[in-house]
Structure formats: C-alpha cells, structure tokens
Design a protein around this ligand. Structure first.
Ligand SMILES: Cc1cc2nc3c(=O)[nH]c(=O)nc-3n(C[C@H](O)[C@H](O)[C@H](O)COP(=O)(O)O)c2cc1C
Length: 180
C-alpha cells in the first residue's frame, strides 16, 4: 500500500551530506510507489518555542512562522523521516527547535506510525552516535502510536559533498526507503 512519506532535512548548508542521504531515501521510497515530500529547513523561519502551551488549547502555535505548516504535514504523514547532521553528538539545533514547535501534535489525531532517523557526521566511529539517536527516541516516546522503525548513520563525512565518495551509505539509504 502506498504511504505518505514526509522527509525533513535539517542541514542549512549547500551540497549537504545529509540532504544527499535524504534524496537517496526519497528515491528508494518513491521508486517503491510511495508519495514522498521532502521539506528542507533551509530558508524556513522557525522561532524558539516559548513554552506558553497555548498550542494545547488551540491546536497550533500562536507564532506565525513556518512551523505550523510543517507540523500539519507531519501530522498527516504515515512515515516521517528526520534527517540531520550530527552537531555535538546530538541533532542540529534547528531540528530540535522544530520538534519543540510541533508541540501541538499532542492535541491531534496524528497519522504517523513509522519514524526514521538519518544522520551524517565527521567522526569515523559510530561509538557516540547513540546520543543523537536517543534525542529522536525521546520525541518518539511521546507519541504512543509511533515507533522508531529505522536509523541510518553515515559517518566519515566532513566537507560538503563528501558523501558522494561513500556510495554504500547512499545505497543503504535508498534501500531503507525502498523497504517501507
Ligand atoms: C556545530 C557543528 C558541530 C558538529 N559536531 C559534530 C560531532 O559532534 N560529531 C561529528 O562526528 N561531527 C560533527 N560535526 C560535523 C558534521 O556532522 C559533518 O560535517 C556533517 O557531514 C554535516 O552534514 P551536512 O553536510 O548535511 O550539513 C559538526 C559540525 C558542526 C558545524
């Protein structure tokens, strides 16, 4: 059955390694017949959450920037894929800001069930990458109908475009998307 897949990419730089990982996942998923939309946080306006909790009453954030539109797409998706560079062994700050700003999801009958995490980082070892995974696990744990269905780390990518030299990583992302 065709699924509605929303991929959110957090990197703000051009020739981003994580964007390339997202594109490979999207290629695999659309090749398998799924409807895929990729939302890049580049040029999106996302203010910090102020913690006012008004969203729990009115179902959306009171701040008028790009967060509400992204949240509506996430709420309607069957599959959500978070794609982020690793910053200090966590997700990039802009991804965390988005998660916070989607706090109104608690009040919604969200459709998403399967969550995926794709990351790129400079380090060659995956030893410390459980930290970035656990950041997303914390978010997933707040949504009882959702589960973290797949994680793909793509280490040893430092400069923009480095991942082009790692076709196995891109193939793994494509395969993950194709297996939805
Ligand atoms: C602020 C900052 C913090 C970073 N922290 C880490 C880190 O903790 N571990 C790591 O392996 N790489 C770290 N990196 C490197 C990036 O994860 C790496 O360059 C990655 O390929 C960037 O992905 P992108 O091209 O999609 O932006 C950091 C980069 C920046 C800018």
């Amino acid at each position: 059955m065709s699924k509605n897949v929303v991929i959110i990419t957090a990197s703000l730089r051009s020739k981003s390694n994580s964007d390339a990982l997202a594109a490979a996942f999207a290629e695999g998923a659309s090749g398998a017949g799924h409807a895929v939309e990729t939302i890049s946080l580049k040029e999106k306006a996302l203010a910090f959450c102020r913690g006012c909790f008004a969203c729990q009453e009115i179902g959306h954030c009171v701040m008028d920037d790009d967060a509400n539109a992204i949240m509506e797409k996430v709420a309607a998706a069957d599959v959500v894929v978070f794609v982020t560079p690793v910053y200090y062994y966590g997700m990039a700050g802009q991804m965390k800001v988005l998660l916070d700003r989607m706090n109104a999801l608690f009040t919604k009958d969200y459709a998403f069930r399967d969550i995926y995490l794709l990351t790129t980082c400079a380090d060659e070892s995956e030893e410390e990458l459980h930290h970035v995974t656990s950041g997303i696990e914390g978010w997933v744990a707040c949504f009882e109908h959702a589960r973290l269905s797949g994680v793909l780390h793509a280490p040893a990518n430092t400069a923009p475009g480095d991942i082009a030299k790692q076709p196995a990583q891109l193939a793994a992302a494509r395969a993950l998307g194709a297996a939805l």
